[in-house]
Ligand binder design. Sequence first.
Ligand SMILES: [Zn+2]
Length: 180
Amino acid sequence: MAAAGLATELVNTSAGVWHGEDQLPDVAALAAFLAEHGVAGPAGADDLPAVHDVRDRLRSVLDERDADAIAAGAAALVARGIGTVGLETDERGRQQWCAQPRPDADLADRLALLAGVGVLGALRALGPERFRDCASDTCSGVFIDTSRPGRRRYCMPDLCGNRANVAAYRARQKASRGIS
Ligand SMILES: [Zn+2]
């Protein structure tokens, strides 16, 4: 589920979601994103275009609403970085599937693997109806709702949710003042 969250957050760094302002414009921003999500670096200038490309591909997967199409797109991302699949014991002593990258996988390949596995896991556990568009009128973001109740509406709840609330509040104020 953490990997599904990374997938959502990676696609929503794109310039399209931020009205032209890419949130991963340089290596420093990329390094900060990786650190925030516990992804091993380092990130170099060569990695940036490849990561942007993975982000675009991932976006087209999260734009799908059909389970087979999501699965196929995510499998293609996984294929970029996959080395081996096995079982590893987690901290609670339970065995979990573990996908390891190829030894020669670069950063973009590893991100593709991680995001792809996250998408597949969320699709299998929660279904395609958890793949949604942001409910904000002014946002073109998408997200995977991995919350337990499954009622998430915004790609960036703190930001888009507030933006929508502020817009609704202003609309009500205008209406109550009789200004159109
Ligand atoms: Zn949004």
